[in-house]
Design a protein around this ligand. Sequence first.
Ligand code: GUN
Length: 299
Amino acid sequence: MTARIIDGLSVAAEKRAQCRSLTTALRERHGVVPGLAVVMVGEDPASAVYVRKKIQACADVGIASRKHLFPANASQEAVISQIAEFNADPTVHGILVQLPLPRHFDVKAVLEAIDREKDVDGFHLYNVGGLVIGDTVFPPCTPYGVMLLLDHVGVEISGRNAVVVGASNIVGKPMALMLMQREATVSVCHAKTRDLAQFTILADILVVAAGCPDLIVGPMVKSGAVVVDVGINRLADGRLVGDCHFDSVAKRASMMTPVPGGVGPMTVTMLLVNTINSAQRALTRGLRAQMACTDSSAA
Ligand code: GUN
């Protein structure tokens, strides 16, 4: 078997075209331009690349973005005070704090300073809780993008065995919850899992987000499985690779995402989707408040 390659770039392009139509409608019908504020602390090179991609993608679909860069030694209070300003600014519909933060930060405190109605990364406890009960407002972008890819290529999820390798708050845990919500039987493996292959071999859907090149090789994969590689690893020779050994896994899988060009473009795209959704929600809240005012003055 040779896997069909799931082309994240083309799925992302299609979704971004829809985003463009939505921002045009918001602007022309309501005078609303969705706005995203990005906060970055320090100059981590990988984070700088991700932030640049996010800002370019915003411009591409008609979202106004702004970036606030703090030096690596900035205080947590300064960052939280900037977040409070963005919370109060009606032109900002989404706030994203690029992770990781420097070690002296309490990440949870920073993420919880974000207004939950502007938490387009979906990292606030409120949104994480929503995910647990299957009713989240802003699903975290990477697993949200994976679900869209699986749906796009028509993968049946209900009743299948799904194995998630990696249990991070950003990808692995929300991914497992989303698959569970769609009635998959989900196992979560992580760095301490013994004999990883005994789990991965059972997966009809295998999502790998461990940050470890070549962690998954062909013999660990069930014949015909759908494999989603979320890993992005830069090798010493400069090559960008995922967590799966591409050639051997592609021989076993029925479908597989490549790295680059698989999940990466979807992560950025779902940030755009969440930001536009947030702008639409703000508009609806504003219209409702106006109607309530009109009703009470008429009474
Ligand atoms: N760092 C790595 N992935 C992400 C992400 O999806 N959002 C943020 N804010 N930081 C990240």
